[in-house]
Design a protein around this ligand. Structure first.
Ligand SMILES: Nc1nc2c(ncn2[C@@H]2O[C@H](COP(=O)(O)OP(=O)(O)OP(=O)(O)O)[C@@H](O)[C@H]2O)c(=O)[nH]1
Ligand SMILES: [Mg+2]
Length: 397
């Protein structure tokens, strides 16, 4: 056994050294303990929420944006895109909230807002507070929202008067026509869209009925899909009397753009002679920007635009996009999202299949599903592609 004895007369000195060592140890333990507990509580806090941006508005309004932890899994270059007026703000918030809650808070994709006028601070502050990804705000260039020089103004005005008399919905509206032309041929050319390969179009007053637990953009990329829709429907033929003839002229001039495995039998019941008015309802679109940017669609849009039907009739972006997708894409590149649950007045898409509806926590009534209704083109889409329809679909026809 080792004996330790303090030399006589040096007890005080040893006492001071002892106290000093104990003090150092105490400080070390306190400091080390505190910092490790702050690490763990800090990271716990971080795993629950992250303060990312402080949003300031007029009248001292300030909002601290709290977001979920950053999603660090694989992502594709994708964004939401919304064309809206400042006056659409509060009807748009419901749409954003639904999309964020059901999908985007998990993946935090960006959101591009476009407008033919400058967005107000209120619009920007409130939407930024709602979106988990980065928000971007763009002004539509005047040449994308005005009559092109080759349009005969008198003829266009006469058509609007006639359509007003016939009570054709939006038939007398100039801004609706600019909107349809912009959504047909220009939204994807806005510089803010240059950062992306994929987009999901969202409108005011829409709702997602079901949870989406997978990255829907990555799904498109991984499965070779280029155009995704939820609801399909027949168009009012009075708004597009010459759209199909103009399309046929284009196909004759550019047969190279018509895909060998196209989906002509979705849009025509007589092998291309006439248009059956079926189209994908474009207030919802998840699609490839490269498809619109490519030569087939660029030349098609230019051809339509020169023909003037956006103003001499009331061509909608929905039939224009749908005809292009049906003719220029491989039919395998078009996808029906039957699992999302979607609402844009006045129609609902609601999965009939219980396992999908309950599994995805859908808050819709399957009795209201429009997919198999006679005015929808859902049955045609499933039939021409030999897809299996859900059990009980006939009861909804
Ligand atoms: N900036 C801007 N956006 C517009 C204008 N008109 C429509 N939009 C937007 O364009 C999209 C389509 O317009 P809607 O009025 O919803 O057209 P719709 O879906 O055919 O008609 P509804 O059945 O009334 O919804 C929406 O995102 C609107 O917010 C406009 O004059 N200016
Ligand atoms: Mg709408």
């Amino acid at each position: 056994m080792v004996k330790f004895s303090i030399p006589p007369g040096r007890e005080n000195q040893f006492k001071k050294i002892g106290v000093f060592i104990i003090a150092i140890l105490t400080i070390f333990i306190i400091f080390h303990g505190a910092s490790s507990s702050s690490d763990s509580s800090g990271s716990t806090r971080r795993s629950m929420k992250q303060v990312s941006t402080s949003v300031k508005g007029q009248n001292g309004y300030k909002y601290e944006k709290v977001s979920y932890p950053k999603y660090t899994g694989p992502k594709v270059k994708a964004t939401f895109v919304t064309l809206a007026r400042n006056s659409d703000l509060y009807s748009l918030l419901e749409s954003i909230k639904s999309v964020e809650d059901r999908f985007n808070h998990k993946f935090q994709y960006d959101w591009v807002f476009l407008n033919d006028e400058e967005f107000s601070d209120e619009f920007k502050n409130v939407t930024t507070a709602m979106v988990s990804g980065t928000t971007k705000y763009g002004l539509v260039p005047a040449e994308h929202w005005s009559f092109p020089p080759w349009i005969d103004q008198e003829r266009a005005a006469k058509v609007r008067d006639e359509m007003r008399a016939k009570k054709i919905i939006y038939g007398d509206s100039i801004s609706y026509r600019h909107m349809c032309r912009f959504e047909s041929g220009f939204f994807y050319r806005h510089p803010l869209m240059d950062d992306y390969d994929w987009y999901w179009r969202v409108e005011p007053d829409i709702k997602l009925h079901c949870d989406i637990d997978y990255d829907i953009f990555k799904f498109m990329a991984d499965n070779g899909k280029k155009y995704g829709f939820t609801i399909s429907i027949h168009e009012y033929m009075d708004t597009i009397p010459t759209l199909w003839d103009t399309t046929k002229e284009f196909m004759k001039r550019h047969p190279e753009h018509v895909h060998k495995n196209n989906m002509m039998n979705f849009v025509s019941d007589d092998n291309g002679e006439s248009y059956n008015s079926c189209h994908f309802w474009s207030n919802f679109e998840i699609a490839s920007l490269d498809f619109w940017r490519g030569p087939a669609y660029t030349e098609y849009f230019d051809y339509l635009d020169k023909a003037g039907g956006f103003f001499y009739e009331r061509w909608g972006d929905a039939p224009v996009h749908s005809i292009a997708a049906a003719l220029f894409l491989d039919r395998n590149e078009i996808h029906h999202f039957g699992d999302l649950g979607y609402f844009h007045a006045p129609f609902h898409q609601c999965p009939l299949d219980d396992s999908i509806r309950l599994g995805n926590k859908c808050d819709c009534d399957p009795k209201e599903d429009f997919t198999w209704n006679g005015f929808s083109c859902g049955v045609k889409y499933y039939s021409v592609n030999h897809l299996k329809k859900p059990a009980g679909w006939q009861e909804h026809a």
